[in-house]
Design a protein around this ligand. Structure first.
Ligand code: C3B
Ligand code: PLP
Length: 827
């Protein structure tokens, strides 16, 4: 039922919502009001958390009028918008970003100072919402920032996990996970709307019934939960636009099952509630390796069903003609996680709204598009049909029918090519549902996330589909938001850029090209180098305060931060460090000949990924020895600050000299960390993989340290039978480094501790780190040579910045809009 609309008579109540005055006085007044009325405390009695909440509320107040206006416009205008469906959003802290968007950063600082407070102390209290694992979740956060900044109607839909990605600690060098209770002190950025909860059903069975002579199907579910929306503001940069991120939280339908309660079984009554609320309890900490768990499928259906219902039943007008749905929305599937939305929309259209199957299918095929983020075959989700049938019986029926009709089309085209039909069937021979195939059949477009990835997706992962659906496959190379990752993270560089080429580049990043001529200007190089040096000092301060770590002055900062995964090859980097250490302690080189370097690692391992955890242990163990061995004379240091997250990324990236992007060619779909480093003036040492390929093409070979096999070379080596031991025998430095680890040099003399890592490399090496070692070491020598020439290095670093404008997520969004969404900005 629609609530009755108020009919105000007071002029204030009838007027549009206004923002507080954008002055120091206005800010102070609003801040104190929020502290007093919102927190119920006087300034003198306030805790740091009170102040943080009041500050957040104040920033919200400045955004509110614009948000209400945009929400209204979204409902009334007939324009098409993007519903981004993503199980992850790795947002990072909100306060600074929202201040930046409103242009209130300085006013807020002065206002707090006038209240006797240091805004830096207040902002340090914010716990970042870690509602994602890594690249995929961070990409979603960059995309919604860009859409708001470009004025494109968008709702981000996802899950409000009560516990985000675990907090990583090290105990004796080994990863120990702790719960991320990011909501424990409350969450000042969200607006919960329990009254607008959606009911989401599960289980039960289906039945057919006679509807005026037509046989129809319906779902009789067994249980349900409430999906409670929590809205977040997504402000555009300096454009007065605010989009919405809507995250769903699961709540039990009835607080208590009264009958059970009255019978005295209190625990049983509460159990149902706990079961329901488990759905949004915790983020699966797996990255690029899906968990075929029932709870995960529950999460996926839960948020997708709530989102589709929200859009179709609440955002669209009640009498909306659903055959025109494609004119109003495109549901973008961020990987396979939300693909259950395809049969869900069919169910809504056919079962709930009474559309004919064919009409519903035509609508559905226009309303979805699918982005694939991986090439690892084990990372493409499949759901056993018995599990799907138990949890979502009607959806399984719908999937079977979609598949039957699709395979009929395949037969029509190719005749009874049973082999092809088996290959293309959405249902695998073992009965499992291949979600990537379902998304490909249903999606109006399918895209990979970098040129090489999209090419391999077409040629190697889905070639039959590429042939069957000409024009369906496309590429959109990833991007990153320059607001957070240049302007906020690197204020020094931002100031230098604006002083040099003027403002405007932050929303038109290709303009960084105008910096190119300044690479040859000695005084600009000087200024650029001092920004980098200041960023390194700032990082040193952060790492010291955060983790008690020391960064020595004058060291090259060589950084590898990303999830710990064998395909990303942290071990390749580590083996090279060990070989440098080995060369010093064995007397092959003197410390004075070694370029002083600090190696920074940041990486979380999935809690169940044993090899990744062993590698973390080994990195810490190597650090412990190398950092304290007097023979090294402080020329090498290995730092591994725990709990790499967006907040730490914002400190590390601007300080880096060298960016390590060393995955096995063909395995990293794109990478986005690589883009952030290049944009902040680090040089990349990298393989020809993912977006590295495009970075190198843009910045130029002479400003990029390329090494390693190409993807076709990897394929050839694999086909011929890969024997890592051959590569060990061919490189005595490699042999010696492996021997040193095996000897127990990093494990108190006990060689057995890291034997599983060494033997996995020597006998299996699934990602061919050993095959690329020699080439990697040679590229590192080139790094040292260029670094010795400070002016030449700085010149290259400047050119990296100047030529990386392509990697703005604004450009990615334009590509999606032009090629896939057709959702122009709304002025
Ligand atoms: C990642 C990929 O591993 C990265 O190469 C890519 O840059 C990002 O997605 C964004 O496209 N990815 C991820 O973080 N989690 C997955 N489950 C799959 C891919
Ligand atoms: N994790 C965090 C916290 C990040 O900020 C990023 C940034 O892009 C990533 C993971 C992804 O890194 P990469 O693209 O190197 O895998």
């Amino acid at each position: 039922s629609t609530p009755s609309r108020p009919q105000p008579t007071h002029p204030l109540a009838a007027a549009p919502v206004t923002a507080p005055e954008a002055t120091v006085d206005g800010f102070v007044e609003q801040f104190l009001r929020n502290l007093n009325n919102g927190r119920g405390v006087a300034l003198s009695a306030s805790t740091p958390n009170d102040r943080y909440f009041a500050l957040a509320a104040t920033v919200r107040d400045y955004l509110m009028a614009r948000w209400l206006e945009d929400v209204r416009r979204q409902r009334t205008a007939q324009s098409k918008g993007v519903a981004y469906l993503s199980a992850e959003y790795l947002l990072g802290r909100q306060l600074d970003n929202n201040l930046l968007a409103t242009g209130l950063t300085e006013i807020a600082g002065e206002a707090l100072a006038a209240c006797g407070l240091d805004i830096d102390e207040v902002r340090a209290l914010e716990i970042e919402p870690g509602l994602g694992n890594g690249g995929l979740g961070r990409l979603a956060a960059c995309f919604i920032d860009s859409l708001a900044t470009m004025g494109v109607p968008n709702i981000g839909y996802g899950i409000r996990y009560e516990y985000g990605i675990f907090r990583q600690t090290f105990v004796d060098g080994q990863q120990v996970e702790q719960a991320d209770s990011w909501l424990s002190l409350g969450s000042p950025w969200e607006f919960p709307h329990p009254e607008a909860a959606q009911t989401i059903s599960f289980g039960g069975h289906t039945e057919t019934y006679d509807d005026d002579g037509v046989t129809r199907s319906r779902w009789i579910p067994a249980w349900n939960v409430q999906a409670v929306p929590h809205n977040y503001m997504v402000p555009g940069y300096h454009n007065g636009r605010v989009n919405t991120l809507r995250l769903w939280s699961a709540q039990a339908t009835q607080g208590f099952d009264l009958r059970t309660f009255n019978s005295g079984d209190y625990q049983e009554a509460v159990r149902a509630q706990t079961y329901a609320e488990n759905i949004s309890k915790v983020l699966y900490p797996e990255d690029s390796t899906p968990q075929g768990k029932e709870l995960r499928l529950q999460q996926q259906y839960f948020f997708v069903a709530a989102s589709i219902s929200d859009f179709v039943n609440l955002i669209l007008p009640r009498d909306f003609d659903l055959t025109r749905l494609p004119e109003r929305v495109i549901f973008q599937l961020n990987d396979t996680h939300p693909v259950i939305g395809v049969p869900e929309l069919m169910r809504v259209l056919v079962d709930e709204r009474g559309l004919e199957w064919d009409a519903a299918w035509a609508i559905t095929r226009e309303c979805f598009a699918y982005t694939c983020h991986t090439l690892l075959p084990e990372a493409l989700e499949v759901w056993p049909s018995d599990l799907l049938g138990r949890l979502l019986p009607r959806h399984l029926e719908i999937i079977y029918r979609i598949n039957d009709e699709f395979l009929d089309e395949v037969r029509e085209r190719y005749g009874d090519d049973e082999d092809r039909i088996r290959r293309m069937s959405i249902i695998a021979p073992d009965g499992a549902v291949r979600m990537a195939f379902l998304a490909t059949v249903a999606g109006s477009k399918v895209n990979g996330v970098a040129e090489l990835h999209s090419q391999l997706l077409r040629e190697k992962v889905l070639p039959d589909f590429d042939e069957f659906f000409p024009g369906k496959f496309t590429n959109v190379t990833n991007g990153v938001t320059p607001r957070r990752f240049v302007k906020l993270a690197n204020p020094g560089l931002s100031r230098l850029i604006t002083d040099t080429i003027g403002p405007g580049w932050l929303t038109d990043l290709e303009r960084l090209r105008e910096l190119e001529p300044f690479a040859d200007d000695a005084s600009f190089r000087q200024a650029f180098a001092s920004v980098k040096a200041a960023n390194k000092r700032a990082l040193a301060k952060t790492l010291h305060a955060r983790d008690g770590l020391t960064v020595d002055d004058g060291h090259m900062l060589d950084v590898m931060v990303k999830r710990l995964h064998e395909y990303k090859r942290q071990t390749l980097k580590l083996l090279h460090i060990v070989s440098q250490y080995d060369a010093i302690v064995s007397g092959r080189v003197s410390p004075a000949e070694v370029t002083p370097r600090t190696f920074v690692f940041g990486a979380k391992a999935a809690p169940g990924y044993a090899m990744a955890k062993r590698i973390i242990h080994l990195i810490n163990a190597v650090g412990e020895v190398v950092n304290t061995d007097p023979r090294v004379e402080g020329r090498l240091a290995v730092l591994f600050p725990p709990n790499y997250n967006v907040t730490l990324a914002e400190r590390v990236v601007p300080a880096a000299d060298l960016s390590e992007q060393i995955s096995l060619a063909g395995k990293e779909a794109s990478g986005t960390g690589n883009m952030k480093f290049a944009l902040n003036g680090a040089l990349t040492i990298g393989t020809d993989d993912g977006a590295n390929v495009e970075i190198r093409q843009l910045v130029g070979d002479e400003n990029f340290f390329l090494f390693g096999m190409t993807e076709p070379e990897v394929a050839t080596l694999a086909d011929g039978g890969y024997h890592p031991i051959d590569f060990v025998r061919a490189d005595e430095n490699l042999q010696s480094a492996l021997d040193l680890i095996s000897s127990g040099a990093f494990s108190g003399g006990d060689g057995s501790v890291f034997e599983p890592v060494v033997s996995n490399l020597v006998h299996h090496d699934p990602f061919m780190a050993l095959a690329d070692f020699t080439s990697y070491a040679a590229a590192q020598q080139k790094v040292d040579a260029l670094y010795a020439d400070t002016e030449a290095w700085t010149r290259s670093a400047i050119l990296n910045v100047a030529r990386s404008g392509f990697f703005s997520s604004d450009r990615s969004m334009r590509d999606y809009i032009d090629r896939i969404w057709h959702t122009p900005p709304v002025r």
